[in-house]
Design a binder for this molecule. Sequence first.
Ligand SMILES: [Fe+2]
Length: 292
Amino acid sequence: MNSQLTNGTGIGLRLPHISETVATLPHVGWLEIHPENFLANPHATELLTELARHYPLSVHTVGISVGSVSGIDRTHLRRVCSLVDRVAPVFVSGHLAWSTHGGEYLNDLLPLPFNEEALDLIAAHIDEVQDALGRPYLIENPSSYVGFRTSTMSEAQFLTQLVTRTGCRLLCDVSNVYLSAHNMGYDSREYLDSLPADAIAELHLGGYTPEEDEAKPGSEVWIDTHAAAITDPVWDLYAYAIRRFGRRPTVIEWDNNIPPLATLLRQALRADEIVAGLSPETHPETHYAEAR
Ligand SMILES: [Fe+2]
């Protein structure tokens, strides 16, 4: 375990909570931010710099777009690097997705086929990001709603190949695994079993929203909204993940219908209680390369 991250579960710090967090310095293990919320907001960046003196931080990007065939957004990457230099986070992470094409920014994390062509493209982009950062980048598994006929490997095989080719680490969003398994019809525990445990540097937990599946009347599609509390089956899957991977730094994500800060802190406490309730033998602090 990264020695800075032994004080428990962290929360995704969103702008509505930043003043309260600076004023009260709540007991929480660490804080994860989206750099996109800070790059054009000098006041928020000042507050974040203050928080960096009190908490380990993590920078979780949503705009670098390693899956874009037209290349990553290098201007955005340079801005992220300057924020990273300023706040010295323990991790820098992003998604297995694309969100830009030909200079157009699409406010979504869009899916990819899992095949050799995509692997070559994304591995090259991760190399470029890691060269710019001077450290391993963490790649997060997506929330999935559709598959591609052109895929030749599973998502877990694709992520494992990215680790082997680039030396990147993985951010395993346990909620994404749970809802993707429902949407795509696979077993969430088998998915976790097939990830390379040594490469898992961080875990995410967040809420999702069931909606009527218009393509299949009478059934539900589960949407990764980050707009609700974590459900009991996801807590159970989190305990399974800790048994499988060992204890890992964890962040609670809540981005829409944002509740009071105290609600997020209680969710973080519940994650700590789950880890504490597992016997030490089932959550060893297994070896993995430091992200810094
Ligand atoms: Fe996530």
